[in-house]
Design a protein around this ligand. Sequence first.
Ligand code: HEM
Length: 165
Amino acid sequence: MMAIEQAIITWVHLVASAIWVGGSLFIAMVFAPVLKTLSPSVEDRLQIMIKVGRKFNRVAIPSLMILIVTGIYNAHQILIRPDFLFLTSYGVLLVIKIVFVVGLLVAFGVHVRIIRKEVEQKITAKQLSSAQIAKLRTKIIIVGQVTVGLSVAILFMAALLDAGI
Ligand code: HEM
């Protein structure tokens, strides 16, 4: 492959990574704390957060898919050599990165399932008790933190791969 083709694939991987990780961190570190000051009602805040999450998913999910496709492409030389994969530190780090990505997909899947349409409709129709709302909020926060944490851990794996450790 020509160097320019490799550069373009790395660039696409980096841009998708910026959208996914940057967007998740923005929601966690900027939007969530601002939202807390906007309304005293947990119900209102949850509804706004769900809206923002849905809109973010429209760019975040394609970015995650692009990361996986370009990542597999970046790694395919190594992935087709199982001996290399488990016998070199690069291979082991790559396997750990892939395990984290699988964990991320599971966490994100749980996150999306918790906030499915029917749950949102129940919140809008005020069919949930405040105890149910509080429980829902705690679940969303925990799974959200796991998702963001894994994303940042994946960046660390990428840094280790890049450093050739
Ligand atoms: C959330 C998902 C992911 C994020 C945020 C992410 C992020 C990054 C970043 C920032 C880099 C540094 C750019 C570079 O050095 O080329 C990178 C490199 C790389 N990524 Fe990913 N990546 C993700 C998923 C994947 C997946 C699923 C694979 C493989 C199946 C993968 C394989 C690679 C490889 C092989 C490199 C090159 C490392 C090197 O030797 O420098 N990535 N990734």
